[in-house]
Design a protein around this ligand. Sequence first.
Ligand code: SAM
Length: 266
Amino acid sequence: MTTNRDLTDEIKDYWSRRSKTFDLSFGHYIPPGPEAEAWAQPMRDHLGPAPQRVLELACGTGEVTRLVHDLGHDVTGLDFSEDMMAVAKAKHAGKPRLRFILANACQTMEPDASYDAILCRHLVWTLVEPEAAFTDWFRVLRPGGRLLIYDGDWARPASPLAAKLLALWARLSPEPSADETAAKAHADIMARLPFRGGLTVDRILPLLEQAGFEDFRHLSHAPISRAQRRANGLRNRLRTRVWNRFILVARKPGPTDTRTSPETSA
Ligand SMILES: C[S@@+](CC[C@H](N)C(=O)[O-])C[C@H]1O[C@@H](n2cnc3c(N)ncnc32)[C@H](O)[C@@H]1O
């Protein structure tokens, strides 16, 4: 029988194997300019003015870390893959207001109410214990603190046509970063995840509510996709069409930070 522990180990190994080439795949590295601005806008609108104490879960190779840190916040990057984190540490060596911790996002072991905000990109879909994770995130946020999630439904293509075209393209002209072993491992892992049927805002909301979060805002991912399309060739432009990606903001009940900047919802 496969236990949760085994699956967690497999996920960790999977990302560790991908650490050296992760930034080469479309949508991982965030180029400066309009795309970086589009990713950073929800942080500007919802994390509050700097400096906030921000916990970035699943910081991976440190791409989102750069954006949130550049906004002037005190950032803790957390990941359970030493290899992914090694890439992030090398990119950001010597920066003040930034530390990295090796931990499981399902149980961070961070002190109660020790962060003003938590954010993560492309973590929730792969959580083995989402209920435990959300309860833990609620615990480590201060009252009134914000949670900002960037994620997507990576199980059911929003455009099956775009997915088919890309699969055909991959067969005719494989990319240097293509890795069949990793692709198979990804499919094996996906089949056993709680969100194997696809991650949607509707699926996460009740779990976040159960953990105690409130004041949900569903933001559009379209500005990021548009910026990516403007800067990329046809193959990557097609990639922006395949998955339903979303941004979600939630709040731990408590006094509103009066310094919080005005909000824009999509
Ligand atoms: C798709 S990558 C995203 C990396 C980064 N957030 C980004 O968007 O560039 C997923 C990352 O989540 C990490 N991860 C997955 N599950 C985790 C968990 N339970 N605890 C900590 N890190 C986790 C992996 O090690 C990997 O670095």
